[in-house]
Design a binder for this molecule. Structure first.
Ligand code: GDP
Ligand code: MN
Length: 388
């Protein structure tokens, strides 16, 4: 679940972190009132989007008057911002954050995230703020420092001092850096984050520190208890994945051409592996689950066939809790209602397999049946190869 910069900054501010004053606007009409509220007519207009690199893409504009603020806001709202992360389709801008301008002396980088290998939260620091951190890690890894605070404790003073020194901060700046680091570390945990990244953390002309940009990602597993952050659970997901989730289906779109409908995540993985073994590539991962309704199976089928890359489909069901005949009825029903334009291979085994096969055989549809997973994967791979 991702948060927009303006939502993230509201949380940072609440946590007592130094964030520039700002107002979000969704229409140009709101700009004059926002400027009055901020008490200044100069600042930065920032396009709100779940992507970095907005600066380079023209999504961040410095304005010097109320007229300019209005002009830029009009420009930004409704524009399509294209960055390295969004890809060529870009992302439509629906909100602009107007913020008091900062005079920047230095740009630093601070992030809190999880190091899975170490099973520990990691603090990532760099004096090269404002840049693409992956690039820094690639070209000048010595300009990045990782610190590992002990679980369940505050960040100790010596660790904060080590970080400040690495960033070239001394005296009062080192003190406020320690305070910022501690607050970010707590906020990361309180909000179930997977990433809390400040890039840049700036040293301004008055010598103070200020958090100028923020990426705030919350672990999807905790989305249910972080709803009031305003985050978007579907940010960055393929629309078909969002649709699938509504029906309790675990669907992940891939870039191959064989659609897969399987029950059980393990069997779905094995099915994809076996397809790959026969030299073909799966178009998706799909686990219909152990207790999917006929309606969900129909939906699954619709989602698979709506993928333009799909040239053939393999249904691989091991009936357990989910009996074969229910899947079979779902498949037949879906084929009849959506119309099947690609070959379909079906392998059924387990609970009610006899009834399931009967449903398929008496359906009058041109389906290929397979005896086992290997047979099914081979048949579907050969069908697709024959088309090339
Ligand atoms: P991003 O490009 O999406 O990461 O957006 P940021 O908010 O990080 O802004 C990109 C860059 O714009 C920053 O690294 C700064 O160099 C610059 N910038 C952003 N806000 C201000 C500001 O208030 N004053 C000045 N002078 N530059 C700013
Ligand atoms: Mn940034």
């Amino acid at each position: 679940m991702k948060l927009h910069e303006y939502q993230a900054k509201a949380l940072l501010r609440q946590a007592g972190l130094p964030v520039p004053r700002g107002e979000v606007v969704f229409t140009a009409e709101e700009v004059p009132a926002a400027l009055v509220k901020m008490g200044t007519n100069s600042g930065v207009a920032k396009a709100q989007a779940y992507t970095g690199g907005r600066g380079k893409a023209g999504g961040i504009k410095l304005y010097k008057s109320a007229d300019e603020a209005l002009t830029y806001s009009k420009q930004l709202i409704g524009m399509t911002l294209v960055t390295k992360q969004t890809g060529p389709d870009g992302v439509k801008i629906e909100a602009v954050l107007l913020e008091e301008a900062s005079v920047i002396k230095r740009e630093l980088y601070v992030a809190v995230t999880l190091d899975r290998a170490r099973a520990n939260i990691v603090l990532i620091l760099s004096p090269e703020g404002g840049m693409d951190i992956e690039e820094v890690a690639d070209k000048t890894p010595e300009r990045i420092k990782k610190l590992y605070p002990a679980w369940g404790r505050n960040i100790d003073a010596s660790m904060a001092a080590e970080g400040a020194k690495f960033l070239g901060l001394e005296g009062e700046q080192a003190k406020s850096f320690a305070d910022i680091l501690e607050k970010l570390y707590r906020l990361y945990q309180a909000k179930d984050c997977s990433l809390l990244e400040i890039n840049p953390l700036v040293v301004n002309d008055k010598g103070g520190l200020s958090l100028l940009d923020c990426k705030f990602d919350i672990d999807d597993n905790a989305a249910y208890r972080q709803k009031d952050t305003g985050g978007d659970e579907n940010a960055g997901k393929d629309p078909s994945e969002v649709e699938a989730a509504k029906y309790g289906l675990s669907y992940i779109k891939l870039d191959g051409d064989i659609g897969c409908m399987v029950n059980g995540a393990g069997l779905a993985m094995a099915t994809m592996d076996t397809i790959a073994h026969f030299g073909a590539t799966p178009a998706n991962f799909l686990d219909v689950g152990g207790s999917a309704s006929e309606e969900a199976v129909t939906k699954a089928f619709e989602i698979i066939t709506s993928d333009k890359n799909v040239k053939a489909i393999l249904v691989n069901i091991f009936g357990g809790i989910m009996p074969c005949d229910r899947i079979a009825r779902g498949v037949v029903g879906a084929v009849k209602s959506t119309g099947l334009k690609v070959p379909l291979v079906v392998r059924l085994e387990g609970t009610n397999v006899k009834e399931g096969k009967e449903v398929i055989e008496t359906s009058g549809l041109a389906l290929t049946s397979a005896t086992d997973l290997e047979d099914g994967a081979r048949k579907v791979a050969e069908l697709v190869k024959g088309m090339k």
